[in-house]
Design a protein around this ligand. Structure first.
Ligand code: ASP
Length: 289
């Protein structure tokens, strides 16, 4: 009997809100998502691992200027880009992440390098930049390379407003565009990957949930792989990824129930919004937003 394979992606919460984009732009985003899906499926169908599949999908989305990850990342308050990413292997709980990095072309490949070529899980800021610069297989870019006119406009608009981030839905639509993928391979292993520029106009070295293992990114063959998107502060406080997985593993909730309890219950209760994509080792995929 052939084992199931599965993959699910997200390109952030809200960017495809009807009316916000013209038809051509909307089609370009759909096309990019489809390409990313195909990249992941090709890995899985070729007998590759879920880890390689989520990485392949996220790289595609990082390369697409429409998403807030890699090229197209949002601007910080000081006008540069600080990127966060994480990847996790559900087979052995190995994980790697980078936070606030400035030059790696594909932050998800940086996260994978941390996982495979360092003794650490999460490297941040200039130290992370240094580590990544020493990795022979990674491509590096100037910080301006991530710029896009759309993100610059969003940044300029944000700067007119008093402090940092707003939570009303209109604000969220403009800010999110984080990317993520979860997958199940034919060997029964799940994996998750998430990549983001964070939140427009972020200050003080702010780090969101995406690179925090257990919050924005989590994978464990005993329960599920999860990638989140939304206002990171709330996802950190509700430890969304690990929380969902623990409900499945320890409480016996279905993956769908667990996602709803956390995303529509716990997260909402403290004022958070956004969502997750998740996949179980049985191949059940859940999109909860
Ligand atoms: N969760 C990300 C962060 O807070 C943002 C997003 O998902 O769009 O950094």
């Amino acid at each position: 009997m052939t084992q199931p394979i599965a993959i699910a992606l997200h390109g952030g919460a809200g960017v495809l809100t009807p009316g916000l984009l013209n038809k051509a732009d909307e089609q370009a985003i759909h096309h990019a998502l489809l390409q990313a899906l195909k990249a992941g499926v090709a890995v899985l169908e070729g007998g590759g691992s879920s880890l390689d599949a989520v990485q392949a999908s996220v790289v595609e989305l990082e390369e697409c200027p429409w998403f807030n990850a890699g090229k197209g990342a949002v601007f910080t308050h000081t006008g540069d880009h600080e990127l966060d990413a994480a990847i996790m292997n559900g087979a052995n709980l190995e994980a790697g992440a980078v936070a606030g990095v400035h030059h790696v072309r594909n932050p998800i490949l940086g996260a994978r390098a941390v996982m495979e070529h360092s003794e650490h899980v999460l490297l941040a800021g200039v130290g992370a930049d240094l580590f990544l610069s020493q990795q022979p297989d990674l491509e590096h870019v100037s910080n301006e390379w991530y710029d896009t006119p759309l993100r610059r406009r969003q940044w300029a608009a944000q700067q007119q407003q008093p402090e940092t981030v707003s939570l009303e839905p209109g604000g969220v639509e403009k800010k999110f565009g984080t990317v993520g993928a979860v997958a199940l391979d034919q060997y029964g292993h799940v994996a998750a990957a998430t990549s983001t520029g964070g939140i427009t106009n972020k200050r003080y070295g702010r780090v969101g949930d995406s690179p925090l293992i257990g919050s924005g990114t989590w994978a464990d063959d005993r329960s599920a792989a999860i990638s989140a998107t939304g206002h990171g502060e709330f996802f950190i406080r509700t430890v969304v990824g690990h929380n969902i997985a623990s409900r499945v593993r320890l409480v016996g909730e279905s993956l769908e129930q667990a996602c709803e309890q956390v995303v529509l219950g716990e997260l909402k209760a403290i004022g958070g919004n956004g969502g997750v994509v998740a996949v179980s080792p049985a191949g059940e995929t859940v999109l909860s937003f």
